[in-house]
Design a protein. Sequence first.
Length: 250
Amino acid sequence: MRSPIVLVPACVAQAGPHLAHTAHLKYVAAVADGARCTPLIVPALGAATDFEALLAVADGVMLTGSPSNVNAGLYGETVLDPSLPQDPARDATTLPLIRAAIKRGIPLLAICRGFQEMNVALGGSLHQALHGVPGMAEHRERKDDPLDQQYAPSHRVLLDPGGQLARLLDGAGEIMVNSLHGQGINRLAAGLAVEARADDGLVEAYRVEGAKSFALAVQWHPEWRFSENPDSVKLFRAFGDACRAYKADR
Ligand SMILES: N[C@@H](CCC(=O)NCCCC(=O)O)C(=O)O
């Protein structure tokens, strides 16, 4: 019997002199080895995407992080810092895909940029520069640090005691997470329920209320060395189980 197929939408990024559709190995590995599903990288073709064809084979969708920001025009603002990277092709691919996946009850796990774009896809908005928002902590990584340090746990998040995340983490009240983002949730979209917050109040995880299946998003990076972090192992295993259940019922 085949394993569940999990769509992993790509970024458009420079690979040497050429543009390429890219997905970091760590995300693909977390789907394969953590969720135990078959990752399928989806090119960021925007409106040229055949969403029906993709959804017909998808048993899950995982949205990755990215250095690029969700275009602020998609939540009714102008881009405050045009020097920061954008990826309009990814926006035009992921936003419709997110809405379609939720409608069909296809399991969804969203990470960092994915967490932000899912909120925007459902009508929410972002802070474009968290570090400029009074009372907010610094959530960006130090880019000069070695990667292991950039992705090391840097602050705690408090989990909603009645939430899905707390349940799948065996009743944990708080966990330590890494933090590599300059943007963050401003207005949470209607229909999303907070699962975790940082000490400064920032929403760090949410679920889709009343979702037909697993639909969870986290601002941190569980995919980073996931096998060394028991919380990340449980998260990817739960996502994989939801994909297996979706596949069995389809
Ligand atoms: N650009 C957004 C999202 C941040 C993000 O996804 N960072 C991860 C980048 C690299 C990786 O995939 O590990 C923001 O700054 O908030």
